[in-house]
Design a protein around this ligand. Structure first.
Ligand code: BJW
Ligand code: ZN
Length: 246
């Protein structure tokens, strides 16, 4: 991939990077995205599964769906895109803001990660809020139940639920104070996460999109690179290392 010299010079001079990521960055790890041709929501309807009412109405079915995804995530490993973001951390002040629940950024070694939509490795009781670690290797038959009688749910954010305040606040602050804001593998359709690129842009940051195709946000980006994140990010990192300022 060819990167303009002016673009590389701007990156080279920058200090603070935010990587705002979505399901597409984990696609090359074998984790399906939500929307689009290969998305899991072609097979399962979000309104039936990703909200609290659906869970209360049919907890076993929703748990079964998460068990299916827990298994995929448990068998997945970070890919080149996650790993390259860790490489960037050696040269820049990097904050990762992810909508993903798969924990792959931390597993790759990123140290500064905000998780806007929770973490599928964690669970809590809807009644007493006790947290439970249920290893991926465990496969409860039907929805697990707490000692207090409450149902145990995955610690993820469903439609109509608030994002974890500390995570969103941290993400907002990082977006307001960065030089370069990368948007990697997200359709940028889900709010309030999708406000962050505009917050960064208004604060003067350069927006750089990496996606296999154009999205909602493409028109507002300074640069868009249309290929797999596991291809673009390592190539960009290499080009940057080879680029000298004049
Ligand atoms: C690749 C690739 C490769 C593929 N390389 N790229 C306006 C303002 C504010 C809120 C709203 C609003 N309008 C509506 C709302 C409400 C709602 C919302 O946003 N709805 C929209 C759908 C319209 N938002 C909410 O309900 C949120 N809460 C909230 O607003 O609280 C306030 C409130 C409270 C009470 C009442 C009312 C308001 C919560 C949102 C929670 C989202 N949760 C999910 C599920 C998480 C749990 C789980 O995993 O099961 O989060 S939904 C799902 O979408 C998941 C994702 O994180 C999120 C974003 O998806 P993402 O990551 O963008 O994936 P895809 O599949 O859409 O895109 C993948 C991309 O990758 C594609 O572009 C591909 O091309 C690309 N790609 N391979 C590079 N190799
Ligand atoms: Zn309980």
């Amino acid at each position: 991939m060819n990167f303009e010299s002016g673009f590389l010079s701007r990156l080279k001079r920058a200090k603070k990077f935010v990587f705002f990521t979505g399901a597409g960055i984990s696609a090359e790890s074998g984790i399906p995205t939500f929307r689009g041709k290969e998305g899991i929501w072609n097979k399962f309807k979000p309104e039936e599964l990703a909200n609290f009412d659906a869970f209360i109405k049919n907890p076993d079915m929703v748990w079964e769906w998460y068990q299916y995804r827990r298994k995929i995530v448990g068998n997945a490993a970070p890919n080149k895109a996650h790993e390259t973001i860790v490489e960037f951390e050696k040269l820049y002040d990097v904050t990762v803001v992810t909508q993903n629940v798969d924990n792959l950024h931390r597993r790759a070694g990123s140290t500064h990660v905000y998780e806007l939509h929770g973490n599928i490795e964690k669970n809590y009781c809807v009644k007493c809020r006790t947290h439970f670690d249920i290893p991926f290797s465990e496969e409860p038959k039907g929805v697990p139940v707490c000692d207090c009688g409450g149902l145990i749910r995955p610690d993820v954010v469903w439609f109509g639920e608030l994002l974890p305040h500390d995570q969103y606040q941290g993400a907002e602050e990082a977006s307001e104070d960065c030089d370069v804001f990368f948007i990697v593998g997200t359709s940028a359709l889900v709010y309030p996460a999708a406000y962050l690129p505009d917050i960064a842009r208004r604060a003067g940051s350069m927006l750089v999109e990496v996606n296999i195709g154009a999205t909602e946000i493409s028109d507002r980006c300074d640069y868009s690179f249309y290929d797999k994140a596991g291809t673009v990010l390592p190539e960009l990192f290499e080009a940057l290392a080879a680029h000298s300022l004049n």
